[in-house]
Design a protein around this ligand. Structure first.
Ligand code: NAD
Length: 325
């Protein structure tokens, strides 16, 4: 039986990835500061560890007398949507860098089979609306739009240095906006699809919701099942260069709002307000991951149909408990 370690298994993508690995027949250890928030982990073993500390990273990769882990997925990060990314720069650059430095060292020391680092499309520079698509190599010369992106780029380089100098077999996946059920939907760390779903779930027919920016920013939104399949595919592939994983459906923020409103069945008006929107546009090639045969199967409409009811249910629960207080 293959063994896998998922760091960040208490988080949104890590929790779903553990499920996929279990369904694929792996023995899985999950590690995180916290347990998954919305349902039990599917991992065989779950350790609560702070991965900023080197001794905890060594414990996470240690399988005692057994052979080293076949696969390590490093998803743990101090993470959030644009509001968080622009307000917690020092925390992100400190905490995530410490996790990545110590985890990659521990994985190389333990001679694990393969090490996948969860990077981000935030390593790329800003793009203008209507620009040509850029591919993975265009991350250089580097000009990420925010400190979160700079930390990801540094951690990618750490992983590749360990590949060149210590023989660690490395995969680097650059994710593009992921959404789905059991993701953070309130509290300031939620991303745009979850925030829009929550606002519309809490709105009444005909209400006005506030949306950051002028609504024209272009994004790619990736449903969590597609992303986890892409991560697993990349890990098993021979691709040793950074690889974008994401849908290729281009969506403006206003189209995202329209889709959620449509799925909710509510008539909603929008007021555009100032806020941390992030880049103007993202047009990224997914040709490299698609060369494996992987494809995104969820378009935005289908993904929101799977996500909105879950967030609406959570929001309803929150409203009911507020009323009871
Ligand atoms: P998440 O915040 O839900 O999960 C990250 C997990 O890391 C959390 O459960 C958190 O508790 C854990 N963590 C943080 N500090 C830790 C520490 N010191 N020790 C142990 N665990 C710690 O985020 P996510 O959306 O699941 O993202 C997973 C990974 O994918 C992250 O590396 C993120 O940067 C990357 N990513 C996500 C997206 C997205 O759209 N969600 C896009 C690009 C990249």
């Amino acid at each position: 039986m293959k063994t896998a370690l998922v760091c960040g298994a208490g988080g949104f993508i890590g929790h779903h990835l553990v499920r996929l690995l279990k369904a694929s027949g792996y023995w899985v250890r999950g590690v995180d500061l916290k347990n998954p928030e919305f349902s039990e982990t599917a991992a065989d073993e779950f350790l609560r560890l702070d991965l900023r500390l080197p001794e905890n990273c060594r414990q996470a990769v240690d399988l005692s007398d057994d052979a080293p882990f076949d696969e390590v997925y490093q998803l743990a990060a101090d993470m959030g949507g644009m509001g968080f990314i622009h307000s917690a720069e020092c925390e992100i650059m400190t905490n995530s860098a410490l996790i990545n430095i110590h985890m990659v060292n521990a994985a190389a020391d333990a001679s694990v089979g393969r090490y996948l680092f969860a990077s981000s499309a935030c390593v790329y520079r800003d793009q203008e609306i209507g620009e040509d698509e850029i591919c993975e190599d265009d991350a250089y010369p580097a000009l990420p739009d925010n400190e979160y992106g700079w930390e990801k780029l540094y951690a990618e380089r750490m992983a590749f240095a360990h590949s060149r100098n210590r023989g660690l077999e490395v995969r680097v996946a650059r994710f593009q906006n992921c959404y789905g059920p059991e993701g953070t939907w309130q509290g300031g760390r939620e991303k745009a699809p979850a925030a829009i779903c929550r606002k519309i779930a809490l709105a009444q027919e005909g209400d006005v919701i506030e949306v950051w920016g002028d609504g024209s920013a272009i994004r790619v939104y990736t449903y969590v099942d597609d992303l986890c399949n892409g991560i697993h595919t990349l890990m098993r592939s021979d691709i040793t260069e950074p690889t974008n994983i994401g849908s290729s459906e281009l969506i403006s923020v206003d189209e995202l709002v329209e889709t959620v409103a449509d799925v909710s069945g509510k008539g909603i008006a929008v007021r555009h307000v100032d806020g941390p929107v992030g880049v103007h546009a993202r047009y990224h090639s997914v040709a490299r991951i698609e060369s494996t045969g992987w494809r995104a199967h969820f378009d935005l409409r289908r993904g929101i149909e799977a996500t909105y009811p879950w967030i609406a249910q959570q929001a309803k629960g929150r409203s009911a408990s507020k009323l009871a207080d």
